[in-house]
Ligand binder design. Structure first.
Ligand SMILES: CC(C)(COP(=O)(O)OP(=O)(O)OC[C@H]1O[C@@H](n2cnc3c(N)ncnc32)[C@H](O)[C@@H]1OP(=O)(O)O)[C@@H](O)C(=O)NCCC(=O)NCCS
Length: 139
């Protein structure tokens, strides 16, 4: 099967959003609505990727940086296409882009109960930050 990796573009937003909505581990919020994703992709151009197979979007990763650190979000692969290295390639592309921009550290938020997600990130060389908790506030 042919897998086509490409930069994420708004032209595919509906399909991308439908994929996210179909995957329980992807938690969606207002930040995932069309205008927010559009703004995110404009602010972080060419840094988020998707994978197509059989003419449809089967995998995504959102990635951007704040000038100091990169963050990865919504790494998601359609269940029928898992364990074929799609997520690993999406992450390779996203991290490669960040390195080319001079960013040397990359972080991801993983829900406590997401064991598969944790295994994936461990396999990709990510380690838990033992000495820190994440705190957040809606502003
Ligand atoms: C996590 C996820 C993106 C992995 O996608 P994928 O394309 O199947 O992953 P890959 O094929 O690139 O896997 C790479 C490696 O990760 C690990 N891995 C992936 N899925 C795994 C699983 N179900 N169990 C154990 N290890 C797993 C393996 O080490 C694997 O290498 P291997 O297949 O050679 O053993 C996919 O399962 C998914 O979409 N899950 C729901 C969304 C999610 O949890 N995203 C992460 C949120 S932070």
């Amino acid at each position: 099967m042919e897998y086509i990796y490409d930069k994420m573009r708004m032209a595919e937003y509906e399909e991308i959003y439908a994929l996210w909505r179909s995957i329980p581990e992807v938690s969606l919020s207002e930040a995932d609505e069309r205008e927010c994703i559009d703004a995110y992709l404009l602010r972080n151009p060419g840094q988020s990727f998707l994978c197509k197979a059989d003419g449809r979007v089967v995998g995504t990763v959102l990635c951007g940086n704040d000038g100091r650190r990169a963050f990865l979000y919504h790494l998601a692969v359609c269940p029928a296409y898992r364990r074929r290295g799609i997520a690993a390639e999406l992450v390779r592309l996203a991290i490669g882009k960040q390195k080319s921009l001079g960013i040397m550290k990359c972080a991801v938020f993983i829900l406590d109960e997401n064991d598969v997600g944790k295994r994936f990130w461990q396999h990709a060389g990510f380690t838990a930050v033992q000495e820190a908790d994440t705190m957040a506030k809606n502003i």
